[in-house]
Ligand binder design. Structure first.
Ligand code: PLP
Length: 398
């Protein structure tokens, strides 16, 4: 069968595929430790569940406005304003479109902005959906490789050298998936100066800041939203966020874009011909999720902090393993180079790890780093320790 050309070269999500393989082995009774999870293992908080029950009882189940119900748009604007205190024009509900997860928010921004032939840049290792989404828009994905492999942070000089006139969109992601790379205020400000210089020189482009892991940071300093560091770039920035990771609501599919009213109108028109507004019931629950104080989410965040330390303590026992210490999100990105045979990437190693040691991990190729793997620590501590020890045994015979 011949499918549309636009699907040529677009790949299936490796995370979802490996998760499915691990689930299948488990269903055969094999004790698999699954380190592929891309979602918090915490349960949704009770008041959020109560809010969805209430909305259901009250029959609030009709179509909603495409960009979202007013209360939710206002709550998102308020949350974003708190994270971006220095922007010149505080956001209102009109600057918000609610989407089916952060994924649809990013997909639609790319669809709205990118013409065939336009370049979209992002930093390696990147969330694996960025290049595929760019390809679906006919654009050219360009991954920028930081030379600093210890932090995977792009330097201002590297950005300046890489940014060129065909770049229509630059995607930032902090804390990042897969390496937990988290930019500080000063680091973001320095990148911002380069972007500003390019804009001053007449280069017409936008910045998408993917802030989906905002709540899960391990740094002393609090999370830094891009527009907190660079408020002057407000009119050029689309902030993407959602409740998947921060409220452990992955299956509820709540994401959003915050941007200029002009941009939001275009994104709403696109969504109106595509999926319409997201589930009405979920939106009422989302208002509650945003109303809850940060302290309600602290137990989940604390667990991630503890597991990050636990993982680190076990990884330190590996003789040949290298990694980037995550400052946010819930993954470790591990350099497997010293365990690979000549010319081998980490993908066959990940398959052997699954079939022989029964530990599922995600190979780094779709994140732009073929010799690396991603492991998640969004799982029960005992399982996590078991998985890491099995890996140690498999890789180093320890
Ligand atoms: N951005 C990043 C960096 C992610 O890791 C994910 C999910 O894994 C998303 C966006 C999309 O999140 P959602 O589940 O809300 O669509």
């Amino acid at each position: 069968m011949k499918f549309a050309d636009r699907l040529d070269g677009v790949t299936e999500s490796a995370t979802l595929r490996l998760n499915a393989m691990a689930t299948q082995l488990k269903s055969q009774g094999i004790d698999v430790v699954n380190l592929t999870a891309g979602e918090p293992d915490a349960n949704v908080l009770d008041p959020i569940k109560a809010a969805v029950e209430k909305a259901l009882r009250e029959n609030r189940s009709k179509y909603t406005p495409v960009p979202g119900i007013p209360d939710l748009r206002a709550a998102i604007a308020q949350k974003t304003n708190l994270q971006q205190p220095k922007i010149a024009s505080p956001w209102t509900g009109k600057n918000v479109v609610v989407t089916n997860g952060g994924k649809q928010a990013i997909y639609n921004v790319i669809q709205a902005m990118v013409n065939p032939g336009d370049s979209v840049q992002f930093i390696t290792p990147y969330w694996l959906s960025y290049p595929e989404m760019v390809k679906l828009a006919g654009g050219k994905p360009e991954a920028l490789e930081p030379t600093d492999r210890k932090t995977f942070k792009l330097s201002p000089k590297e950005l300046e050298e890489a940014l060129h006139a065909k770049v229509k969109l630059f995607i930032l992601n902090s804390p990042s998936n897969p390496a937990g790379v988290t930019y500080s205020l000063e680091e973001y400000q320095k990148l911002g100066e380069i972007f500003q210089k390019a804009l001053d020189n007449g280069h017409d482009f936008y910045i998408l800041s993917d802030e989906i892991y905002d709540r899960i940071v391990f740094t002393e300093a609090p999370f830094v939203s891009w527009l907190r560091a660079c408020p002057g770039l407000q009119s050029r920035t689309i902030t993407v966020n959602g409740l998947s990771k921060s409220s452990a609501m992955t299956g509820w599919r709540v994401g959003w874009s915050v941007a200029s009213e002009e941009m939001i109108q275009v994104l709403s028109t696109l969504q109106g011909q595509q999926t319409s507004g997201i589930s009405s019931l979920t939106q009422y629950a989302a208002v509650e999720a945003l109303r809850l104080p940060d302290t309600d989410y602290q137990p989940m965040v604390q667990k991630f902090k503890d597991r990050q330390k636990l993982t680190l303590s076990i990884l330190n026992k590996f003789k040949k393993m290298k990694w980037v210490s995550p400052e946010g999100a819930f993954y470790f990105f591990l350099d497997m180079s010293s365990y690979l045979k000549r010319g081998e990437t980490a993908a066959p190693l990940a398959e052997r790890l699954l079939s022989e040691a029964h530990v599922a991990v995600v190979p780094g190729e779709p994140f732009g780093a073929p010799n690396w793997i991603r492991i998640s620590f969004a799982l029960d501590e005992r399982e996590l320790v078991k998985g890491l020890e099995k890996m140690h045994q498999f890789l180093e015979g320890a």
